[in-house]
Design a binder for this molecule. Structure first.
Ligand SMILES: [Zn+2]
Length: 359
């Protein structure tokens, strides 16, 4: 009897080891450190190597790796349009990397339920865009927002989401963008920060290979979907489409959770300012570009930037409903044939100019 029990227990523990090797468990009962996120992603890539690729997009100011994960459905197609999502540009918005990791888990581990989202698009995700600031926020000052590069006079950090080369430094009503000691500081120059340069280089690579489809940056806690522009009050040329897809996500969230998110062009309701990643992606030609402001409200209590860990699973799942709905809305409303029509037009234009040139 004793022997049987031991054997049974051994079987269970071996089975558990095998299961753990198949599906690394995403922890949602605590916040990950920078190192913890790297370990989780490495384990994911080890188990799901046929659908997952990890890359370093460069190093942060304090030499932490800016890691990306590319997720495909493994069909071998290299030309799919890409949904590029980043999180934690702002260090203190701790829910955003949790939401990004949760999205990664849904796309990789729960692939069967989400296969449609990977049929015609690859996903490229940088879950921790500002690892230095995030680490400082966890270990020293929870309210920390910026990078950790020095500005002189004992002041540190640039606001990554003011540092992009799109109307950089434009700050009607926000003189703090020029203040090296402010959490709004736009930096010494456009792309002064290693972290924004890394994001830019990914965007440019996608643009070069004509795979720039949707850009999405996760922030908190405005409970909104923002779409361009931030730096001016004019409508974007694709404003109707941007609004339609965002509304689709707002409706999906309301139907699933009862929560009221909004969709808006931020410069309409507040003073415009320059240098955001969303506007930069829009200017580069991404078909859709959004800032998804996650919630600071649990339904019962205000949780600010740092929800208690008992709520992480609930809020990450809620965030995923919004992210998934944006992707579904994009698939539904962005005309699929426009790409090939544009390509045909470009080829025709090239042929005409070659004919004119040779004659
Ligand atoms: Zn933010």
């Amino acid at each position: 009897m004793q022997l049987k029990l031991t054997t049974a227990m051994l079987c269970i523990s071996l089975w558990q080891v095998a299961a753990a090797a198949v599906a690394p468990q995403l922890k949602l009962d605590e916040y990950y450190s920078y190192e913890g996120m790297r370990d989780y992603l490495a384990e994911l890539a080890r188990v799901y190597g046929e659908r997952v690729t990890l890359r370093s997009a460069g190093l942060s100011h304090e030499q932490r790796m800016l890691q990306t994960i590319t997720i495909s459905n493994g069909d071998g197609r290299k030309d799919k349009p890409v949904i590029f999502m980043i999180a934690a540009e702002h260090a203190r918005e701790w829910l955003t990397p949790v939401a990004a990791l949760y999205a990664i888990e849904q796309l990789v581990v729960n692939f069967e339920q989400n296969a449609q989202l990977l049929l015609d698009h690859d996903w490229l995700i940088m879950p921790l865009t500002n690892p230095d600031g995030y680490t400082y926020s966890r270990e020293v000052n929870a309210r920390w927002r910026n990078t950790r590069s020095p500005n002189g006079n004992g002041c540190y950090g640039t606001n990554l989401n003011r540092n992009y080369d799109i109307a950089w430094g434009k700050a009607e009503g926000y003189p703090e963008l020029q203040d090296p000691c402010s959490e709004h500081y736009a930096g010494a120059s456009p792309f002064s920060e290693a972290e924004s340069r890394a994001v830019r280089d990914i965007m440019l690579e996608l643009q070069l290979t004509e795979r720039e489809f949707m850009f999405l940056t996760l922030h908190s806690r405005h409970q909104s979907f923002f779409y361009p522009w931030t730096y001016k009050t004019e409508l974007a040329p694709n404003a109707a489409l941007l609004k339609k897809v965002a509304t689709y996500a707002v409706d999906a969230l309301h139907a699933a959770t009862g929560c009221n998110y909004t969709e808006e062009q931020p410069s309409v309701n507040a003073d415009p300012f320059g240098g955001t990643s969303m506007d930069y992606a829009q200017e580069l030609g991404f078909k859709l570009s959004y800032t998804f402001e996650l919630t600071g409200w649990s339904g019962k209590e205000y949780v600010d930037f740092w929800p208690p860990t008992r709520l992480l699973k609930q809020l990450a799942a809620e965030s995923w409903i919004g992210i998934r709905a944006l992707a579904e809305g994009a698939e539904k409303f962005v005309p699929a044939q426009s790409d090939s029509l544009v390509k045909i037009f470009k080829i025709l234009l090239l042929l005409v100019s070659m004919t004119l040139f040779s004659s």
